[in-house]
Write a protein that binds this ligand. Structure first.
Ligand code: FAD
Ligand code: SF4
Ligand code: SF4
Length: 364
């Protein structure tokens, strides 16, 4: 792409899509000949792009509201800081077998969204649907049937915040968004601007997914094709016990997840958020028995959402072994990506000094 600067940092959350002409999105990231909002400019986009790494990381800065903020880690133990602030961690699964079957793990996220819609707690849920070749796309679901269309994990990036803009534009008042930690962070940053024109008070609940990494779509498709798997034939992907598995009508193809390293998005290598720390409720398979979803309930909004949806899920408290497992995964991700984050920001990881936010990559 001659003449176009390509930054590896965009996590394709979709937050800037409302402000940057959409044709600038190419190959699952924002590329822009003068640099995108999250990297080169210090404009409006810089304040909310989850990749601008602005000085304020919401609850991690020296914020005067820390004592009262729901996310404040001040009174928390070290373990709590690793997972972010939370009130309770439970293990859950959908009551209905059909929802469990459609969902990725326990189907708890789908079940709760359906119930919250039926109870009128929310009037729209931004979920991720997939194209025939497994590209993830945001979708504004307003009925339980539509929520079910989004069930299951797509391991490529989804510009979920685009769905939030659409839901606001369509006039929904009580919106839920499901997304990876980066998309959740984008919404939190937008909310922190307190700009009434953005109408982000209509976002009532953010459900964040645990996330080790996401794959670049075209690389995943090519990776599978090299192994004789047509992505269009895949019915489901799952990751368990270090293996990545594609399920087709002919059977299952499993490989060590490590072999997919070349497909991992660059931006995920500078990400330190495993447990979607800024969500109202975070969800993932880790920590829970097979067929269940771990739910980290973090905020009052998260508590209300789970309480309203309780009829649709079976729950039990997650034991210490499960919680420790999530903490270990979160800690490992931080440790693994810390050096790359510092490099990317042009900060020396030893002395933590350097004024430059981003070092452009070779070929910029
Ligand atoms: C890229 C990615 C990486 C993940 N990595 C881990 C991990 O390392 N460890 C772990 O424990 N869990 C991980 N998860 C979460 C896990 O796969 C399940 O989503 C979670 O356990 C919830 O299960 P469930 O059965 O309750 O969800 P479901 O009931 O199936 O609901 C899942 C919801 O997530 C939405 N969704 C699916 N894919 C995406 C996407 N790409 N972007 C935004 N929304 C999406 C769906 O539309 C649906 O609303 C990851 C998920 C994703 C998308
Ligand atoms: S990370 Fe999100 S806000 Fe930042 S450039 Fe990419 S799509 Fe835009
Ligand atoms: S690893 Fe981080 S940047 Fe990558 S998809 Fe997950 S939350 Fe987003």
């Amino acid at each position: 792409m001659t003449g176009v600067r390509s930054f590896p940092v965009c996590c394709y959350c979709g937050a800037c899509a409302a402000f940057i002409p959409f044709e600038k999105y190419r190959e699952e990231e924002v590329v822009f000949d003068k640099g995108c909002g999250g990297t080169a400019s210090k404009g409006f986009c810089f304040s909310f792009c989850p990749r601008s790494f602005a000085a304020c990381r919401l609850c991690e800065g020296d914020c005067p509201k820390m004592e009262v903020c729901d996310f404040s880690p001040r009174a928390s133990s070290l373990e709590r800081r690793i997972l972010g602030h939370y009130k309770e961690i439970i293990s859950a699964r959908a009551r209905e077998e059909s929802v469990r079957g459609a969902g990725q793990d326990g189907g708890a996220v789908t079940a709760m969204l359906c119930e919250a819609l039926e109870k009128g707690f929310i009037d729209a849920a931004v979920v991720a649907v997939r194209t025939e070749d497994w590209k993830a796309e945001p979708f504004v679901a307003t009925t339980p049937e539509e929520v079910l269309r989004g069930a299951g994990s797509k391991y490529t990036a989804c510009p979920s915040v685009l769905g939030v803009w659409e839901a606001i534009d369509r006039g929904y008042e009580n919106i839920a968004m499901v997304g990876t930690g980066c998309s959740v962070e984008a919404v939190r940053r937008l909310q922190a601007l307190h700009d009434p024109a953005l109408e982000l008070d209509r976002v009532k609940v953010l459900i964040g997914l645990f996330c080790t990494e996401a794959f670049r779509h075209r690389d995943l498709v090519a990776f599978l094709a090299e192994r004789g798997i047509d992505v269009k034939e895949v019915r489901r992907f799952y990751v368990a016990k270090g293996k990545f598995t594609a399920v087709t009508k002919d059977g299952e193809y499993s490989i060590p997840a490590k072999e997919l390293e070349p497909c991992v998005r660059d931006t995920c290598k500078i990400c330190d958020d495993f447990a979607a720390r800024l969500a109202d409720v975070s969800a993932g398979s880790s920590g829970s028995p097979d067929g269940c979803t771990s739910l980290i309930i973090r905020t009052k909004a998260g508590e209300e959402f789970v309480s309203v949806s309780r009829g649709a899920i079976e729950t039990e408290k997650l034991d210490d072994v499960g919680i420790k497992r999530i903490e270990r995964l979160a800690f490992n991700k931080k440790m693994r990506n810390y050096g790359m984050m510092m490099d990317q920001m042009g900060i020396c990881s030893a002395c933590l000094t350097n004024p430059y936010f981003f070092t452009l990559q070779a070929g910029d």
